[in-house]
Design a binder for this molecule. Sequence first.
Ligand code: G1P
Length: 271
Amino acid sequence: MIKQAIIPLAGLGTRLLPLTSVFAKELLPINGKPGIEYILEECIDAGIKEVIFIISTKKKMIKNYFYNDKFYKKIIKKKKDPRIINEYKKILKFKKMIKFVYQDKPKGTGDAVLKTKKFIRDKYFLMLLPDDLIVKKNCSKDMIKVHNKYKCSVMASMSVNKKSVSRWGIYNLSKKFSKNNFLIKNVVEKPSIDNAPSNQAVIGRYILPKTIFKKILNQNPGKGGEIHITDAIQSLIDENENFIAHKFSGKYLDCGTMDGYINSGKVINKL
Ligand code: G1P
């Protein structure tokens, strides 16, 4: 069973400047609710019991959002507003399941994953990238079903415009397991159009094996000098570990760019 999830949150969010010059992008409201709450709700609905947030000292406000008890208690005592009481209850529910670890240098997703090493108990865990919202269908829940059936790693996949391949991790798929599930032959981080093996992109939901930590530990920096999780995944594939690309059926919303962020609010408002 997959019971633990990790969420890298230490990114600088430069694609959302100037908002991110003073604010953590994951707390920015999308149709009135911080993006991170959508991600937490997806986790809870998928049966996740513990979530590890990888934050940085600069983004301490994310922890403060969940640890503002004194403030809530004072207001509730004075106002007894049912809406605020409910919001506080929700925050408390989230707080109970979150652990915090720190990544103070933005050295890449692989490095962020490594920070959670001592907390991961089971053979597999879930990772969600908070820039990627998937609505209408719980992608994590569906991926956990796929994992339970095939007992291997699973990653979310989506067709993208050929011109945009250098923005994503890109798959080379082989055998079809079932309707929306394919065995991954290779995966390459942000290839050029000429070198891209396909237009099937990695979207930010991963079910990863605990063995990935060893790979990251021995890994040299890749594209842009960062330690990419994609490269660690490729080394596991090279050792015949099965990874499935799951073509998810929900709607993908990119919250990591300004246009995408604005659009996400509009789409969610109409759901
Ligand atoms: C990360 C991954 C990339 C993946 C993307 C999905 O990139 O490194 O493989 O396709 O998330 O959003 P980033 O968005 O951090 O540049």
